[in-house]
Design a protein around this ligand. Structure first.
Ligand code: F6P
Length: 362
């Protein structure tokens, strides 16, 4: 048996822990393991294919990033190819992957990625490739699993930032607006906001108004709490329907999101007269060493992915359905993205402990 492993999309803490567990589990069965560098680029001949041995994965559990590197511009179905005039043309190179995998004697692929990579995997499965998926993303927006790996580390990084912002905000009687990642999902903002005791949490799933955000800040002031912490998910839509945009995306990439925090901060300052500052936490949330939770989840996912390969679960993804790791068809997972449920107990409890979502009066 010879398997390959690839990591695609944005990196997430725990990728190396998944690779390590999958390689060691496969090697203990006597299988050969190859790594495709930079997502599918290795399998397309645009980057390396490397052997993954027990030595290759020694000491990588605690390391962020991915030893296989990654890309978010690598869909083989719309592969951006540089043209002589400097522009990019997207071409379908999926047949090449299948042929190259066959030539390399690869019996199965473990594809570690978020919804984008899972959708590519599913299209390749339809074309006859034998693939098992592992759900990765700090955004936690993949359906079918209670948690994706990388999310817990990102949340902890955000909590640390909120803790630090508290002390400086309180010293200066300021409002601090912290923007966290999550793309179109508000999980990082919600979890970190509640655990970090934010005063206002703004997420894409709950429409909010500037009036109600400012009402909350004023009411805190009136109660002698002269500082406030607002945590906003980068994908939260402004009340006028605009979203934040930082910079231009490159060809083959999803649109970049981010930048709402500064607009919100400016408006809060104008309306309340309180000095308000913004901060974008950005890629710090993707870096660093995975938390204990993510190390364990990643290790369980890596081991379960090899078991799924052994069982021939092509087109399935490993998933956490507490307390067990199970496999679910990727087709089902992709039917609907996972989002914060506005009536989830975390949201209800957050409201009960005094956190505003900018949608109700104080
Ligand atoms: O999907 C993970 C994520 O970190 C999102 O939260 C964020 O919007 C996006 O990736 C950023 O991607 P990039 O690194 O390409 O800017």
């Amino acid at each position: 048996m010879r398997i390959a492993i690839s990591t695609g999309g944005g990196d997430a803490p725990g990728l190396n822990a998944v690779i390590r567990a999958a390689v060691l589990s496969a090697r203990s069965r006597g299988w050969d393991v190859l790594g495709s560098k930079r997502g599918f680029a290795g399998l397309l001949g645009d980057d390396e294919i490397i052997p993954l041995t027990t030595d290759s994965v020694r000491g990588i559990m605690a390391h962020g990033g991915t030893i296989l590197r990654t890309t978010n511009r690598g869909s083989p179905f719309a592969y951006p190819v540089l043209q002589p005039d400097g522009s990019y043309k997207e071409i379908d190179r999926s047949d090449e992957i299948i042929e190259n995998a066959r030539n390399l004697g690869i019996d199965a692929l473990i594809s570690i990625g978020g919804d984008g990579s899972l959708s590519i995997a599913q299209q390749l499965v339809r074309k006859g490739m034998r693939i098992v998926g592992v759900p990765k993303t700090i955004d936690n927006d993949v359906a079918g699993t209670v948690m994706t790996f990388g999310f817990d580390t990102a949340v902890n990084t955000a909590i640390e930032a909120i803790d630090k912002l508290h002390t400086t905000a309180e010293s200066h009687d300021r409002v601090m607006v912290l923007e966290v990642m999550g793309r179109d999902a508000g999980f990082i903002a919600l979890y970190a906001g509640v655990a970090g005791t934010a005063d206002v949490i703004l997420v894409p799933e709950i429409p909010w108004s500037m009036d109600l955000v400012c009402e909350k800040i004023r009411s805190r002031d009136a109660a002698g709490r002269r500082f406030s912490i607002v945590v906003v998910a980068e994908g939260a839509t402004l009340p006028n329907g605009e979203v934040g945009i930082i910079g231009e995306s490159l060809p083959g990439q999803l649109r970049r999101v981010g930048g709402v925090a500064e607009t919100i901060a400016r408006e809060i300052q104008v309306r309340t007269g309180k000095e308000t500052r913004s901060m974008v936490l950005g890629h710090l949330q993707r870096g660093g060493s995975p938390t204990g939770y993510d190390r364990l989840l990643s290790t369980r996912f890596g081991g379960a992915a090899v078991e799924a390969v052994e069982a021939g679960k092509w087109g399935h993804m490993v998933a956490l359905q507490s307390p067990h790791i199970v496999t679910v068809p990727i087709d089902e997972v992709l039917r609907e993205p996972k989002r914060v449920e506005p009536d989830h107990d975390i949201v209800r409890t957050a409201r009960a402990v005094g956190i505003s979502f900018g949608d109700r009066g104080v």
